[in-house]
Design a protein around this ligand. Structure first.
Ligand code: PNS
Length: 159
C-alpha cells in the first residue's frame, strides 16, 4: 500500500526547519505533497508563485515530493489528492495547543489524521517570521534558510 502525506504551510519563505521535516517525511512515506497556502487575506512577503518556486528548487532532488498550492480548507486539498494524513513539524510545547486544535478540526471536518515530527533541535527556534525580521534589519540569516532563499530575502528586503 502506498502512503502519502501532505506537508502544509505558508512557507513565507521556506526555512531549513521546514525542509528538514519535508526531507524526513519523504524518507518515510511514498509521496509527499507540500501544500502552500495562497491566502489573499494574509499579506505575504513572497507571492505564492515565488514560494512554490523556492520549495521546488530545494526539493528537486526528492523524487517523491511535489509542490501544490491551495486556497480554502486543507482537508479539501487532502481529499482532492487522495491523501489522508497531514504531516507537520512540532518545534515546542508552545506550538502544540494550536496544532492540536487544527488536528482535531481536520479530523472532524475531513477525517484526515495529523502526525507530528519533532523538529530537529538545531531548528527549534526557527520561524519564517523571525527570519524575515532579522533579514529586514540586515542581521545574519545564514543557517536559517537555504542559500538561495537567503539571497531572495536580501533582494526583497535589502540588507
Ligand atoms: O505555516 P503556517 O502559516 O503555520 O501554516 C498554517 C496552515 C496553512 C497549515 C493552516 O493555516 C491551514 O491549514 N490553513 C488552511 C485553512 C484551513 O484548513 N483551516 C482549518 C484548519 S483547522
Amino acid at each position: 500500500m502506498s502512503v502519502g502525506v501532505v506537508c502544509p504551510g505558508s512557507f513565507d519563505p521556506i526555512t531549513l526547519g521546514h525542509l528538514d521535516v519535508i526531507e524526513r517525511a519523504a524518507a518515510r512515506f511514498d509521496r509527499v505533497v507540500v501544500a502552500v497556502l495562497d491566502n489573499p487575506r494574509k499579506s505575504a512577503l513572497f507571492t505564492a508563485d515565488e514560494r512554490i518556486a523556492m520549495i521546488e528548487a530545494e526539493t528537486a532532488a526528492l523524487d517523491n515530493v511535489e509542490v501544490d498550492r491551495f486556497e480554502g480548507l486543507l482537508v479539501d486539498l487532502c481529499r482532492d489528492r487522495g491523501i489522508g494524513i497531514i504531516c507537520k513539524g512540532l518545534r515546542a510545547v508552545s506550538d502544540f495547543e494550536y496544532e492540536l486544535q487544527m488536528a482535531q478540526m481536520n479530523q472532524r471536518i475531513g477525517g484526515v489524521e495529523t502526525i507530528f515530527l519533532s523538529t530537529a533541535p538545531e531548528h527549534s527556534y526557527l520561524s519564517s517570521s523571525l527570519v524575515k525580521e532579522v533579514a529586514r534589519y540586515g542581521g545574519p540569516i545564514d543557517g536559517t534558510v537555504p542559500a538561495a532563499v537567503a539571497a531572495a530575502l536580501v533582494a526583497k528586503l535589502g540588507g
